[in-house]
Design a protein around this ligand. Sequence first.
Ligand code: ZN
Ligand code: ZN
Length: 316
Amino acid sequence: MTDATYEFGWRKFRLDVPEPWEPAHFEGDDAKGYVRLDDVYGPRLELRWGLAYREDACDTAFEQYLKGLRRDARKKKGAGVFRREPKEVALVSAWPEGMKGRVARWSAEIDCVSAVVACSVCNRLTALRVLFAAREMRTSVARRILESFRDHTASVDAPSVWSLYRMRFEVPSRWRLAEHRFGPGYAEMRFRGPGRLLADVRRWGPAEVLLRRQSLEAWYLGQLAPGVRVEAGDLDRTEVRGDEVLSFERRPGGVAAVLGRLSRGKQARRRLALVSAGWHCASTNRLWVVDVYGASLDEAREAEWRAFCHADAEEG
Ligand SMILES: [Zn+2]
Ligand SMILES: [Zn+2]
């Protein structure tokens, strides 16, 4: 296992995880859900969350978790017997303000570090499990993950960071993930903001294959939402951090943007303004399109989207 980590960001959760761990399963929404990260050997990290308004949420959930582990082991008899009984450990020296967390370690068919974290700021109750093969427990890896764990943004107005599959972007805090689709070489996420604001983030790779027989311009024009008519001459060209960026804007009424591309079948046709950008990230060999829709052009422009595609993104 390599020691290099990256920041995983999902639904306002942020945590540093080993680089080979990638999200493999998603469920739910901001209020209640589940996400699992795997590497080639199988599941490595699980997060399960819900909302809990009680002050004793952490203690109650933690005691229940330990009780459940022992009950399951009794039921399984031989198979589930612990090599090391579940025991509370002081792995995290200090949780961030407003958070209370308790951590346990146990070994059975696998080695596991489990934590229950309750946050009085966002009211989330999160159960985390870091999984290792039997006798492969890496306490330092688990500690790093838990110590970096955050479940809300630094302030109410601070943007939320979404970071996965080597994509990273900042979304205004009131926006919510509406839909997502991830496949080999393809990622698509739709966010909804206040009112009629909406944004689609799409990313493809590898770029060198997609651009083998066509220019960036031809490729980008081929990715426009149905009903959007743009000529090559209408595109603005800029360079951002070394990447060639093509973009255009459309006032509402100028085009009927077809939304609901992701929600198979039902396509709601609405007249919205569109601010679109497409670019080739040479250093990561990926192609990106970010489309932001709003009731007016100003609204779409001011949505404060920031998509970072390569490593020196922090400077931008
Ligand atoms: Zn919180
Ligand atoms: Zn880039």
